[in-house]
Design a protein. Sequence first.
Length: 70
Amino acid sequence: MLLTEPHEINAYRLLALQKGLKLELKGLKVSRGISCYKIIKTEFNLKGNKQKVLDQYTEMLRDYNILDKV
C-alpha cells in the first residue's frame, strides 16, 4: 500500500505513535529521542499516566475514524 496523500501520512504517523506507546507500556524504548508518551501528551494535551494517555489517545483515534472500531 502506498501512502501519498498528506492526510494518509499523518494518519500513519498517529497510528505509529499509538503502537510506540503500547511498546513503551511493556518496557521497550522505541527511539533514542523523545518518547511516544511525551509526544502524544504535548501534541494532544492529554493528562495522566501511560495507560490513561493510551486509553484517551485510542478513543481520540476512534472518534476521528483513524482507528477502526473493533
